[in-house]
Design a protein around this ligand. Sequence first.
Ligand code: PGA
Length: 259
Amino acid sequence: MRMRKALIAGNWKMYKTPEESVQFVREFLQQLTPRSEREVLICPPATSLGVLKPLLEKSPVHLGAQNVSPEDEGAFTGEISARMLKASGAEYVICGHSERRNIFGETDELVNRKVKQTLKYGLKPILCVGEKLEEREAGKTWTVIQKQLSAGLTGITREQAAEVVIAYEPVWAIGTGKNATPQVAEEVHQSIRNFLEERFGREIAETATILYGGSVKPENIDELMAEADIDGVLVGTASLTVPSFLRIVNYQSKSQAGR
Ligand code: PGA
């Protein structure tokens, strides 16, 4: 039986000032019952990382960033480096979220540079992959995801691969209220695990954390987490209020993995 730790991650996108972030975290920590088999992660806007760091340092909740520059430092106006994120308390970095790819034109090549940059600074990348609705309807789901995985993980060693989290986020499910059914998600997650096995070997594949994202909410979390290859979730909208995110973190386990 596999015993992968669950990872429940909130992606706050461009919501919450530093003050609002602090208020959320104070309330959240008061009500959270820590469980060793579940890791909780919050990815606030970069402007909130610094104020949350001291609040979360001795807590079971981890901090992540939503984006990173592929460069070390220099004249790159508006960019934030991996070193800065790390110093501000981030342990994870979301790389290649579909909003970055589709609104800001990030290519697979750029996403790959960001994954490598994240690893270079000892942070854990969350590499996001996922198909658009028209790609799913054209039967191209796996072709698209395989390409994103293959390009996103170019040049990554087996040792580095152990630090990488993959998030399957079908674009048609993000912010639409329309989640992938647990079975549809599970099928893709299995294919991702097979891909990791072919690329990096069995041990990496079996220990890899593969998240599902796209309209995760209190109503569907229990059934999603019951799937064997869904190791956690990346939550947007439903991570923005304390009761909703708490309910997701406190999902009812039906999983054989005992998470
Ligand atoms: P959503 O966003 O939960 O609002 O669909 C998920 C994401 O973009 O990570």
